[in-house]
Write a protein that binds this ligand. Structure first.
Ligand SMILES: [Zn+2]
Length: 281
């Protein structure tokens, strides 16, 4: 049976390897999954697993959104600051930016932003979204693809490691295109299959996170996806500060670790383990 690519819908795909149910470097259960590769757009992806009944209740544990360790909070502070600067740099009048954060979790990023931002969030997890009201953020609980925003449009849309969780990325990007004001900007981060960690770590790649991640893109596949979603201007950057130990965990079963570990900061700086894509409307 031909398996169609989740990203570009091509039938030019093949099965590449099997993966266990992993979250980062933690094995969660004995469930196994077949990973496919699209020869057309170079996306690695899972078949229609999200259509299984109980997919969400089985693989999204109630504590999936919790991250309260001290180290996590420090890292969050650093990454949020850099992301905020990136957004403010784009606008001439950074004091009146309306921002929509898709998959906003418990509103961590939105509540970090200064109060002169007009803040909106979408979150599918009801438990997480209920905790946000205290911050004075306008929150929509539900799926981004079916949420009705009325006539509201946004200067900025953000999705931090969310797109790879969504079953139909093209549909979501098309919707974002309609939600952005002219001159607006979309910023989103994703894993990157064109990285040292994926090339040599394969099924141990830190950001596989199957089956919650439904696909792993690269620059080529994202460029094609953006083009078919109506965007023509974008750029890629490598947020080396995102997940500082990802490459370390990805290479833990590879011989390459004997070369990489002693010079880890250098390799981490040079290998684009994740991508930050900036898209201009
Ligand atoms: Zn494809």
């Amino acid at each position: 049976m031909t398996i169609k690519c989740r990203s570009c819908n091509s039938s030019n795909t093949n099965c590449v390897f099997n993966s266990k149910n992993i979250h980062g470097h933690h094995y969660v259960s004995a469930d196994k999954f077949t990973i496919y590769f699209c020869r057309h757009c170079h996306t690695y992806f899972l078949d229609n697993i999200e259509k299984q009944t109980k997919y969400y209740s089985r693989y999204y544990q109630p504590n999936y959104y919790q991250s309260n360790s001290f180290l996590t909070k420090i890292l969050m502070y650093i990454t949020f600051t850099l992301k905020k600067i990136r957004i403010q740099k784009h606008f001439k009048k950074p004091s009146s930016i309306s921002i929509l954060d898709i998959g906003c979790g418990q509103g961590e990023f939105l509540s970090f932003l200064p109060n002169n931002f007009k803040k909106y969030g979408v979150e599918i997890n009801k438990t997480a979204s209920k905790k946000i009201s205290a911050y004075g953020i306008k929150i929509f609980t539900g799926d981004i693809n079916t949420t009705n925003f009325g006539s509201t449009k946004f200067d900025c849309v953000t999705m931090w490691h969310v797109l790879e969780h969504l079953p139909r990325p093209q549909l979501t990007l098309k919707k974002i295109n309609r939600l952005l004001k002219p001159g607006g900007v979309l910023l989103f981060s994703t894993p990157n299959s064109q990285s040292l960690g994926f090339k040599y770590g394969q099924k141990h790649y830190f950001h596989l996170d199957f089956p919650r991640h439904l696909f792993i893109p690269c620059q080529k596949s994202l460029a094609m996806l953006l083009k078919t979603s109506g965007f023509s201007k974008y750029k890629f950057s490598y947020p080396f500060y995102d997940f500082p130990l990802d490459l370390f965990w990805s290479l833990r079963h590879s011989l390459l670790k004997y070369l990489v570990y002693p010079f880890y900061p250098l390799f981490k700086l040079l290998s684009p383990e994740t991508l930050l894509t900036t898209v201009y409307k």
